[in-house]
Structure formats: structure tokens, C-alpha cells
Design a protein around this ligand. Sequence first.
Ligand SMILES: NC(=O)c1ccc[n+]([C@@H]2O[C@H](COP(=O)([O-])OP(=O)(O)OC[C@H]3O[C@@H](n4cnc5c(N)ncnc54)[C@H](O)[C@@H]3O)[C@@H](O)[C@H]2O)c1
Length: 384
Amino acid sequence: MIRIAVVGLGKMGLSHLAIVKAHPDVELAAVCDASGYVLGVLKKYTGVATYSDYERMLREADLDAVLIATPSRTHASMVRAALDRGLHVFCEKPFTLQTSDAEELTALAGNKGLVTQVGYHNRFVGTFAEVKKLLDAGAIGDVTHVLGEAYGPVVLKAKGGTWRSRKDEGGGALYDYAAHPLNLVNWYLGEPAGVGGTVLNSIFSHEIDDEVHGTLLYEGGASARISVNWSDESYRKMTTRITIWGTEGRIVADRQECQVYLRDTAMIPEGYEPGWNVRYTTELTEPVGFYLRGEEYSAQIDHFVTRVKDGRVDGINGFESAAQTDRVIAAMIADAGKAATAVAPDAAAEPPRARQRRRRLRLPWLVSQPAPQSAGPLENRKAA
Ligand SMILES: NC(=O)c1ccc[n+]([C@@H]2O[C@H](COP(=O)([O-])OP(=O)(O)OC[C@H]3O[C@@H](n4cnc5c(N)ncnc54)[C@H](O)[C@@H]3O)[C@@H](O)[C@H]2O)c1
């Protein structure tokens, strides 16, 4: 049995807790949360050892691994403390907020030979994994462009009060939403050479970005566009979609299905044919022992537990690959501050948000002036 502690019992931690508790190879050895309420309930109904102090839990509990699902700012220090004690670590995404932490922790885990994983669950979704298989098989030839999208209804009015609305806590659509398509694009194309044209825009929030757009540029000429908006009420829940153009076809995938167009000159993979093909999540997904929210959440925990059991350091979503995503996020943040190439010098001098506000307020210079009355016709009438 692998003895695991779950740290952070909020939205994500409670989901992990249920999956871990149902796993036949796991003993839930301890839980930790800064707030006493959930701890009290868990202690009363499950008898599990509860801690409000993470360091104390690490000192006292007999553990093989920790599963960290606390607000993103806390990940780096918690991961470091666990690795220092020789524990295997599953950490929620984004891995860290500072690329220097990501590099250091990746090296530390590597030196200690510990199993690491970050919660980029989309790599365990059957349709997105099928895309990876098709690309590795060269099914659509050379990839020229990728569009990575994520939309959903998280912030629909100005609000605050949680860590998600604070920049230094790791709030914002870039860390919360865009991290997912970025991680998938990294999986498919590798790490980009550069980023450009990044837009981090607030729509309703005061301090953080609600929409993210930007371009990733690859050596050899391929590019990827990221389009993310968590203030989009037209989506019922978060929806992630990837579209990939290649010289021999195109792939469009979301959680539900993987649509593949193959030219008749393509190397056709087994089970596919030239023209349109559709594979559904129902045929691409392996059953899991315990279903919660989607098979991918259980599948990723199962992958982690199996690796810990087998002492297998290599695997899906190790710290190294999550550090790659952290680096792209950091590059986009740096890029977002840069000036754009001016189209018309006067228009570019003013930031777009200021222009938008001026338009909403209908300040005089933007309100179209009535056309000057032409004196000609009247004079002509008088003269007639
Ligand atoms: N993979 C995904 O799809 C996904 C989805 C949601 C959240 N997440 C990630 O999971 C993490 C948690 O997000 P959430 O939505 O569950 O947040 P949340 O606010 O719902 O829960 C966070 C919990 O951590 C606890 N906590 C805070 N500081 C602590 C500390 N120092 N010690 C112990 N407990 C502490 C809080 O009391 C709270 O119960 C974030 O990193 C987030 O980005 C990932």
C-alpha cells in the first residue's frame, strides 16, 4: 500500500481525496488543510489523521507521497519540503509561479530519484492522447499551425475575495485556464523558441487577466495560437479544444471527440481512411476503477500510484514537462508588457483599454460630428 497525504481540501483536493480513498493500492494516511471546518468533518466521519500545519504533518505522519492541491503560490515551498523528506509528489497545476523554482525542484527530485507528477489531466483524456499518437505517427505530415483554445464561465462580474482573484497568488485565466491548452501544445510540438503578440486582458476582474491570446513560435516555422477566455457565459463549463493543421491533413479534438481529415497522400494509420474520420471519447477511454468528473482524474492518480509502486521515475506529466509549461507562461507574461508595432502612430500611442473606455464614455472626439450644413442649396433656392 502506498501511504498518501492529501494537502489542500478545496475544490480540487476533495476530488483527489475521493479518488485516493477509493484506490485499492492507496492508504489515505493523512489530510492537511489550513481551514479547520473540513478537517473536523473528515476526522469525525473517517478517522483519518488531520493536520492544519503542513510541516508538522511531514514530521509526524508516516508517508510515501503527498498530493498537493493548495493555491498555486504555495506549490513551490510545499513541494520542496516534501522532496527534502524523500517523498514522491503529485502537485496540482500550474507547477510553480517562478521558473527558477520549477528548474530547482525538477533537479532536486531527479537527484533523489523521486516520482513526480503535475495535474495536467488532459494528457489522460482519450481524445487528446489519440492526437498525440496520430502526430507521432506522422499522420497529418508536418505540422504548420496549432490553435489551442479554452473557454468557460468562471468570472462573469467584478468580484474578489479568493486567491483566484489575486495576481501574486497565481490567479487569472493564464495560470488557471490557458495553462491547459499550453500544456497540450507543448506535448504535441515541444517547447516553443519564442512567444509574441501576447494579450492578457481583464474583462471583469480588477487585478488579473480574464482573457489570454498569444502566439508561440517554433524553430522551422510552425506556430501556435492560444485563445482563452474564462468570462464566456456561452459555455456551461470549461471547454478545451485543439486544432492542428499539417501538410497532410487536419485534426480537431476536444474532450468529446477527435475529428481527423487525412489527404489521400497521407500515411494513413491503421483504422483510419482518407477523408474525414471521427473517434469518440467513448471508444478511446479505458474504464477506471472509480469514476469522478471524468476518467482522466482517476487515470492520472492511478498512473502516479503505479509509478510509485514500481519505482518508475519516468512517466506522463513529470516535473520536467510541467516546468516547460511554466517557462512558456513566464515568457507570455514578459511578452504582454511589450509595445506592439504601430499601425497608425497616433492610434498605437494609446493603449487599447484606454481607447475602449473612451468609446464607452462617448467622449467628444470619438462621437461623430454632424456634417456641416452646406449653404449651397439654400442659397440656390433663394436665388430661384
Ligand atoms: N487540474 C485542474 O483542472 C484544476 C482545477 C481546479 C484547480 N486546480 C489547481 O488546484 C489548486 C487548488 O485549487 P482549488 O480550486 O481546489 O482551490 P480552493 O481554494 O478550492 O482550495 C484550496 C484549499 O487549500 C487550502 N489551503 C490554503 N493554504 C493552505 C496551506 N498553507 N496549507 C494547507 N491548506 C491550505 C484552503 O483552505 C483550501 O481548502 C490550484 O493550484 C489550482 O490551480 C487544478
